[in-house]
Design a protein around this ligand. Structure first.
Ligand code: FMN
Length: 176
């Protein structure tokens, strides 16, 4: 079963990590379907019925994005608001179309890992910052599998550092 990777990056052409991740995923079209929201919806007008159909046809979904102000870029929030509708994603009678599907988050962050530890400068972890996502996925009864984070891209932009994360990201996807 293939994995749907929903990528949200407002400035992909300037990206280092997300761009590299997409490039790697694209090498295995038999395993991953890449769905870049800013590419498909450059006008940000989401075709909700089409997105729902797409989600319905996958059992594993990854949301990949750069961390923006302790959350996702806005188009992903818009996507969630518009796609996870009552009667489709949740509801007392019908709905629950995402129920049981495996979901993971793949995030790139400018800040380093130490900063996102309880003793670090942020004093909060990525698990805490992403709690609204977890709660949303729990609410719609999806099988939330946690997150993969590449920290520190603001401190280290070397090719070596970026390449190190690539197999780890694919391993995360394949093992959830
Ligand atoms: C508008 C904006 C907000 C950002 N907010 C955060 C943040 O809250 N925490 C953080 O660690 N990095 C933050 N960053 C840095 C990005 O997460 C980082 O540049 C990105 O993940 C790098 O991935 P890329 O090479 O694929 O663009 C922010 C960047 C932008 C442009």
């Amino acid at each position: 079963m293939k994995t749907l990777v929903i990528v949200t990056h407002p400035t992909m052409k300037d990206s280092l990590v997300n761009k590299r991740w997409v490039e790697e995923l694209a090498k295995y079209p038999e395993k991953y379907t890449i769905h870049e929201l800013h590419k498909v919806y450059s006008d940000e007008k989401i075709d909700v019925a089409k997105e729902q159909k797409l989600v319905e046809s996958y059992d594993k979904i990854i949301f990949q994005f750069p961390f923006y102000w302790y959350s996702s870029p806005p188009l992903l929030k818009k996507w969630i608001d518009e796609v996870f509708l009552h009667g489709w994603a949740y509801g007392s009678k019908s709905g629950h179309k995402v129920a049981g599907k495996k979901i993971g988050l793949a995030i790139t962050a400018g800040g380093d890992e130490e900063g996102y530890s309880e003793s670090g400068s942020e004093q909060h972890t990525m698990t805490e910052y992403t709690r609204p996502f977890k709660r949303t996925f729990d609410f719609i009864k999806a099988d939330y599998k946690g997150l993969f984070v590449q920290y520190g891209i603001e401190y280290n932009t070397s090719e070596e550092f970026i390449e190190e994360g690539v197999p780890k990201y694919l391993e995360f996807i394949d093992n959830i």
